[in-house]
Design a binder for this molecule. Structure first.
Ligand code: HEC
Ligand code: HEC
Ligand code: HEC
Ligand code: HEC
Length: 221
C-alpha cells in the first residue's frame, strides 16, 4: 500500500460521508485514483505465481536437524515435508482429475509445479531434481525460515546460543515467518486453489507447520 492509500478511509465510509457533506471537487478524481490503485495492487498481489522467501546458500533440513531435532521430527510428519510426492503419477488421483490434471503424468519434473512443491527451485543452490538435490524436495525449513548458509552453524552457535534474533535476521533468518511467506505459495497460482481461496494464517500455522517448542534462551524481538 502507498502512504496515500493507507491514509484514506475505507471506501464504504467515504461514500456515507459523501452524502453528508459536500466534498470539494478535487475529491472525486482523488477517490477514483485511490480506487484504481487499490484494485491494481489487489490484482497484483493475488495474480498467483510464486515468490520465494529468500535466496542464497541452502543447506537442507538435515543440517537444521542437528540442533533442532524436535522441530525436524514434527516437520517431517507434515504434508509440506512430503509435497514432492503428490506430484508423482498415481498420487492424489481423484484430486488431480477434479482440477483437470492427468493423474498418470509425472509432474515431479514440471517447471510449473516445482517452485511451490520444493525449496529454492530455479534459484542458485536450490532444488534441481530428486536425484541431484533430494534434501530440497518438499517445503523444507528454509522455504519458511530463509536460506541457512549464512546463519546455521555460524550465528546459531550452540557454544554461544545467546545470539539476538536481529543478528540472525541480518544473516538471512526469517523469524518469525509471517503470512507473506506462506502466500508466496498459498495463492491462486496453484491448480488446487480457487480465486475465492482464504488462507487463515494462525489456524494454518497451528495445524500445518511443525510443533512449536519453547526456546531456551531469549533472543529479543
Ligand atoms: C549448530 C546448531 C544449529 C544449527 C545447525 C541450526 N540452528 Fe537454529 N538455533 C540454534 C540455537 C542454539 C538456537 C537458540 C536455541 C534456544 O534459544 O533454545 C537456534 C534458534 C533458532 C530459531 C529461533 C531464532 C530466534 O531468534 O528466536 C530458528 C527459527 C532456527 N534456529 C531455525 C534454524 C533453521 C531453519 C536451521 C537450518 C537452516 C537451523 N536453525 C540450524 C542452533 C542451530
Ligand atoms: C503457486 C504455488 C503452486 C504451484 C505453482 C503448484 N502448486 Fe500444488 N499446491 C500448492 C499449495 C499451496 C497446495 C496446498 C493447498 C492447500 O491445502 O491449501 C497445493 C496442493 C497440491 C496437491 C494436493 C491436493 C490435495 O487436495 O491434496 C497436488 C496433487 C498438487 N498441489 C499438484 C500440483 C501440480 C501437479 C502442479 C503443477 C501442474 C502444482 N501443484 C503447482 C501450491 C502450488
Ligand atoms: C514453498 C512453498 C510453500 C510455502 C512457503 C508454504 N507452503 Fe504450505 N503448502 C505448500 C504445498 C505445496 C502444500 C501441499 C502439500 C501436499 O499436499 O502434499 C502445502 C500445504 C500446507 C498445509 C497442509 C494443508 C492441510 O490440509 O493439511 C498447511 C497447513 C500449510 N501448507 C501451511 C503453511 C503455512 C502456515 C505457511 C507459512 C508459514 C506455508 N504453508 C508456507 C507450499 C508452501
Ligand atoms: C511452513 C513453514 C515452516 C517450515 C517448513 C518450518 N518452520 Fe519453523 N517455524 C515456522 C513458524 C510459523 C514458526 C513460529 C514462529 C512464532 O512462534 O511465531 C516457526 C518456529 C520455529 C522455531 C522456534 C521454536 C519453535 O519450535 O517454535 C524453530 C527452532 C524452527 N521453527 C525450526 C525449524 C526447522 C529446523 C524446520 C525444518 C525441519 C522448520 N522450522 C520448518 C514455520 C516453518
Amino acid at each position: 500500500m502507498t502512504d496515500e492509500e493507507s491514509r484514506e478511509d475505507p471506501p464504504r465510509r467515504r461514500r456515507e460521508s459523501d452524502r453528508q457533506f459536500d466534498l470539494p471537487e478535487f475529491a472525486w478524481p482523488l477517490t477514483a485514483t485511490v480506487g484504481v490503485l487499490a484494485a491494481a495492487s489487489f490484482f497484483w498481489f493475488f495474480r498467483g505465481g510464486y515468490e520465494h522467501a529468500s535466496e542464497g546458500q541452502f543447506v537442507g533440513p538435515k543440517v537444521c536437524q542437528q540442533c533442532h531435532p524436535a522441530e525436524f521430527d514434527s516437520w517431517s510428519q507434515t504434508r509440506m515435508a512430503n509435497s514432492l510426492t503428490v506430484l508423482l503419477p498415481g498420487e492424489k488421483v481423484e484430486e488431480k482429475r477434479m482440477v483437470g490434471l492427468d493423474p498418470e503424468a509425472d509432474y515431479s519434473r514440471e517447471e510449473g509445479c516445482l517452485p511451490c512443491h520444493t525449496t529454492g527451485y530455479g534459484l542458485v543452490g536450490g532444488f534441481v531434481s530428486i536425484e541431484e538435490t533430494p534434501d530440497l524436495a518438499g517445503v523444507t525449513c528454509e522455504a519458511c525460515h530463509g536460506h541457512g548458509g549464512s546463519y546455521a552453524r555460524t550465528v546459531m552457535d550452540p557454544e554461544d546460543p545467546t545470539f539476538s534474533t536481529a543478528e540472525a535476521r541480518e544473516a538471512g533468518l526469517i523469524y518469525p515467518p509471517t503470512e507473506t511467506v506462506c502466500l508466496g505459495c498459498h495463492n491462486s497460482g496453484s491448480p488446487f486453489v480457487g480465486i475465492d481461496y482464504q488462507f487463515d494464517f494462525s489456524e494454518r500455522v497451528a495445524r500445518g507447520t511443525h510443533q512449536h517448542f519453547k526456546l531456551k534462551y531469549e533472543h529479543g524481538k
